[in-house]
Design a protein around this ligand. Structure first.
Ligand code: ZN
Length: 260
């Protein structure tokens, strides 16, 4: 078995891909987000690839994490039995110093952590903002609390249903790269330059008409940060400000956290 770690990330274009040797698993972030959002600290993930294939892509489902959350709920959660004192989360102390990482892609995006700054010391406060020409600015201030039943229900209701999205201007490039081949327009919101939905889509598809994009970015952020061992145990009680997060920036922050 290979423990999750930021060092496994081999690709962050559009989705987060992990590689072990010559085997790769693409688009792991929605499943990871659903796991940690459902309060799962420890899980063994077994993935079956088609015979001879070195790369598998996690099912995109409806483009959100809701189906993962439902599947996890149907399995239930169990307390680890026996001596868990050696579990990773017990070994890693909460992060007691600020941490800031700027976007390695050179945008003005950044992720900054302030310890002890959350109004409620038992949650991790997230302040996520995105800016797109077509959508303007969307911001979400939301307390992540996978340690309580109410917090897990809030993740399932507020974050998990937000769908992945793209822009009409990027569709040709996506198709050329083969990345949207299995996707079609049923599991991604496609925004036009004016911020409306692409012609085949109706506004009924929007689950959060005002801010679905930043909610999905929050979903991705939670999933990617989970690459750092015991990430949210270490960030609990603090505030994470994520401005224009993306997979490369998220993974860089996870790597910086894991290195401390
Ligand atoms: Zn995503």
């Amino acid at each position: 078995m290979t423990p999750l770690a930021p060092a496994l990330v081999s690709e962050t274009t559009l989705a987060t891909t992990l590689s072990i040797g010559r085997c790769s698993v693409a688009t792991v972030e929605h499943m990871m987000s659903a796991l940690v959002g459902s309060g799962i600290d420890a899980a063994i993930i077994e993935i079956e690839a088609n015979q001879g294939a070195d790369t598998v892509e996690m099912p995109i489902l409806d483009g959100s994490a809701s189906e993962w959350v439902q599947a996890i709920a149907s399995c239930g959660r169990a307390e680890l039995s026996g001596d868990t004192s050696s579990a990773t989360c017990a070994l890693l102390a909460p992060l007691d110093r600020p941490l800031r990482v700027d976007d390695p892609k050179g945008t003005n995006g950044f992720i900054a952590y302030s310890p002890g700054a959350a109004a409620d010391p038992d949650v991790c406060s997230l302040d996520v903002s995105v800016v797109y020409p077509a959508l303007g600015k969307q911001q979400l201030c939301w307390d992540f609390d996978p340690w309580t039943e109410a917090g897990r229900a809030a993740y399932a209701a507020d974050i998990a249903p937000a769908r992945t999205f793209t822009f009409e201007s990027e569709l040709d490039a996506l198709r050329a790269a083969g990345l949207a081949a299995g996707g079609s327009l049923h599991n991604a919101l496609v925004y036009t330059a004016s911020g409306a939905l692409y012609s085949d889509q109706s506004r009924d598809m929007l689950r959060f008409p005002d801010d679905e994009a930043v909610r999905h970015k929050t979903l991705d952020l939670i999933g990617d940060l989970t690459l750092a061992p015991a990430a949210f145990h270490r960030l609990r009680g603090g505030v994470v400000v994520a401005h224009k997060p993306g997979h490369a920036l998220n993974v860089a922050f996870a790597a910086a956290l894991a290195a401390l």
